[in-house]
Design a binder for this molecule. Structure first.
Ligand SMILES: Cc1ncc(COP(=O)(O)O)c(C=O)c1O
Length: 365
């Protein structure tokens, strides 16, 4: 199966490790096992495959993140990356029409393309606060569309679709009998209103929600994600899943359960980091006219426009060489002229000061 280069992953694999200041990150200071209140009994657990589709304890913990999901509506996957892929493999066939809201995680258009689907990209606009315009979206989704792909809260823009707008999107897809895949890996990180937005799996019988331990719960090294949706779809996904997962590690399953049982403590810690990052970013933008952008209302990333004339990949390469600061070029997100910045990164403040000084070498345009 041929598939496009996964641009952000390639960029990060190549450049993040060499950076002293890594602002490409989308995670919030990962936790260690010692940060979790685990029981020593875990050291006696036999390392078999464990519960193939995820333990009851884990599924019951995941269930508490939703209004009306039951363990049979949930399957556990290798991160959200595994979850998204399983949804595409289970739902799509060559010739199907897919609408993907971009910028987003590249899986959401490159996997459907690789399966031979007709993919239409709906670009969010900065002047709309990076939120979908209902009329435009309605026009793009047709009776032929099989799946709409969303990422809410959004990576890279940090926008959060308000619940009333999300319900309007659901209505549009319902009228046209279209599935929605909502990648909700940043769900629980809203800065305005309630931390958790509504989940499409709770709003619509053809709504599929993907979640993960990587962002909201600061445990990307566990490689635990999940899919929630209609039982017949989950059964179909489990059929595909047998060929690519078997089970997630019994250790990962256990620590994910502990973390979800303690998620309020994790949220308290993470919101301190997020709020501090947002304040630093806001102050920096106010004093750095070479960059502009919308302050995120959720998630961990911001998409910033730069006001000088250089391709984003060249700018980011030069910045890294000169200042050892890694940013993600907008081109890797189909957003030339922008850079993505992870505002929960360590040493954000000194890194931003270095970017400001370095940007002074370019003529403002
Ligand atoms: C929107 C989105 N979906 C999925 C993933 C993959 O997450 P995971 O680590 O759970 O596989 C990421 C990682 O950055 C992401 O930003």
């Amino acid at each position: 199966m041929k598939i496009a280069d996964f641009k952000i992953e390639e960029w990060m694999n190549k450049y993040s490790a060499g950076a002293e200041y890594d602002l490409t990150t989308t995670c919030i200071a990962p936790l260690s096992i010692n940060d979790l209140p685990y029981s020593k009994e875990i050291f006696n657990v036999k390392l078999g495959y464990g519960d193939i589709e995820g333990s009851n304890r884990l599924k019951n913990n995941i269930k508490t993140l939703y209004k009306n999901q039951e363990p049979e509506n949930i399957t556990v996957t290798h991160g959200a990356i595994g979850a998204n892929q399983l949804v595409f493999l289970s739902l799509l066939e060559a010739g199907d029409e897919v609408v993907s809201v971009v910028p987003t995680y590249q899986q959401h258009y490159s996997i459907p393309e690789s399966l031979g689907c007709k993919v239409k990209l709906y670009f969010l606009k900065e002047e709309n606060n990076w939120l979908p315009d209902m009329e435009e979206l309605d026009r793009m989704i047709t009776a032929k569309t099989k799946l709409l792909c969303l990422n809410n809260p959004n990576n890279p823009t940090g926008s959060v679709i308000p619940d009333n707008k999300l319900k309007e999107i659901v209505q549009i897809t319902q009228n046209k009998n279209v599935w929605i895949l909502s990648d909700e890996v940043y769900r629980g990180l809203n800065l305005m209103g309630k931390p958790y937005s509504e989940s499409v799996a709770d709003l619509y019988e053809k709504g599929i929600s993907v979640g993960s331990m990587s962002k909201t719960y600061s445990l990307p090294g566990l490689r635990v994600g999940w899919i929630t949706g209609r039982v017949d779809l989950i059964n179909e996904i489990n059929h595909q899943r047998q060929y690519n997962t078997i089970s997630v590690s019994i250790l990962d399953d256990y620590f994910a359960s502990i973390a979800l049982e303690n998620r309020e403590r994790i949220a308290e810690r993470n919101f301190k980091i997020i709020r501090s990052g947002i304040n630093i970013l806001r102050n920096w933008l106010a004093e750095t006219p070479q960059f502009s952008g919308i302050i995120p209302t959720g998630g961990t990333t911001a998409l910033l426009k730069y006001h000088f004339d250089i391709p984003s990949r060249d700018f980011c390469r030069k910045l890294l060489q000169s200042e050892k600061v890694a940013l993600l070029p907008g081109e890797t997100l189909e957003m030339e002229g922008y850079v993505r910045l992870g505002f929960c990164a360590e040493n954000l403040e000194p890194a931003l000061q270095k970017i400001k000084c370095f940007a002074g070498n370019f003529r403002y345009s």
